[in-house]
Design a protein around this ligand. Structure first.
Ligand SMILES: NC(=O)c1ccc[n+]([C@@H]2O[C@H](COP(=O)([O-])OP(=O)(O)OC[C@H]3O[C@@H](n4cnc5c(N)ncnc54)[C@H](OP(=O)(O)O)[C@@H]3O)[C@@H](O)[C@H]2O)c1
Length: 296
């Protein structure tokens, strides 16, 4: 006979929380749900979830409590009335947040006697629980070890990044910063193509194809940055400086705003001016982050 599945509570039934709660119900976990607007639980209740009227009841119902609300103010507002019920619970917070509120939340949870685990989810509601989805965690190692099989199945494959609870958030800020940089190039590129009558959809197909390949260069750049060795026979500061300058010049001639990408060209130019034109493109990091604290 199979061991009974862990009872799980989900606090927050927005788009992501509903998908998560549904995955739990469908896998057969006794699932207790709470949401500020109770009607969002209706479809889950119809499938077997138990809706409760207070967060304290929700927390008391399960050893594993997952919070998925808008932000850390909302998480704190939702959880505060349940403080007395949190002792001995694993509190897994997959709400997106920056490191400072994460650390404050972790301290508060520790005061309540909860094992706090913070999670950064790389999925959308449609991919939750699929092989595409993954999650980075930080905080309580014990909570991760006890619950990651359950979490992996309903959210995505989990990786523990360390016991500082803010580590998942720091990873998230960095990873999503990379994504927004990509979006900047996307907007510039489709605008440039549009001035010549090329629809966004048509230019996006080759752009995505190339971006997937270009992303393969990033681990090599990271190696250059971590080692400080910028020798290259692949892609130099100069070749990229000329390339990006040409793109911006062509765009400006067509009325395309250069504000998203011009600062990047500025980094390349500073490296070239300091005599590093033949170094790896990754050396632009040295112009971007001279004052930033770095690892090691
Ligand atoms: N959606 C995604 O693809 C995705 C992916 C990764 C991470 N995330 C993160 O997951 C979190 C939830 O995202 P979502 O897409 O599910 O957001 P959402 O659909 O906007 O849902 C927000 C949830 O927060 C609740 N909430 C807001 N303010 C509250 C308060 N003061 N007290 C109690 N509950 C409050 C809402 O309750 P009501 O229903 O009562 O308004 C709702 O349940 C966010 O931090 C988001 O960044 C989302």
């Amino acid at each position: 006979m199979n061991a009974p599945l862990t009872p799980v509570t989900v606090i927050g039934l927005g788009n992501l929380g509903r998908a998560l709660a549904l995955a739990l119900v469908e896998r057969g976990h006794p699932t207790t749900v709470w949401n500020r607007s109770p009607a969002k639980a209706d479809p889950l209740v119809a499938k077997g979830a138990r809706r409760v009227g207070t967060v304290a009841e929700a927390v008391a119902a399960s050893p594993l409590v997952i919070v998925c609300v808008l932000d850390y103010d909302a998480a704190r507002a939702a959880l505060t009335p349940s403080a007395g019920a949190l002792a001995g619970r694993a509190l897994v917070n997959i709400t997106s947040g920056t490191p400072e509120p994460v650390r404050a939340m972790a301290d508060w949870a520790a005061e309540q006697g909860a094992d706090y685990l913070d999670g950064a989810v790389y999925a959308v509601p449609q991919t939750i629980g699929t092989p595409e989805a993954f999650v980075l965690y930080s905080g309580s190692r014990a909570a991760f070890d006890a619950h990651h099989p359950t979490l992996d199945a309903v959210l995505g494959a989990g990786t523990f990044t360390g016991e500082d609870p803010a580590l998942a958030s720091v990873h998230d800020m960095a990873v999503l910063g990379g994504m927004y940089g990509m979006f900047a190039g996307f907007f510039h590129g489709i605008t440039l193509a549009g001035t010549e009558g090329i629809p966004a959809a048509d230019i996006t197909r080759p752009m995505v194809r190339w971006l997937v390949q270009a992303a393969q260069a990033l681990p090599e750049f990271a190696g250059d940055i971590d080692s400080g060795d910028y020798a290259t026979d692949t892609s130099t500061i100069d070749i990229n400086r000329w390339g990006l300058d040409a793109i911006l010049t062509a765009g400006r001639a067509r009325g395309v705003d250069d504000r998203l990408l011009a600062p990047l060209l500025g980094l390349f130019e500073r490296q070239a001016a300091e005599g590093h034109g033949s170094a790896s493109l990754a050396r632009a990091y040295e112009s971007f982050a001279p004052g930033a604290r770095r690892a090691g």
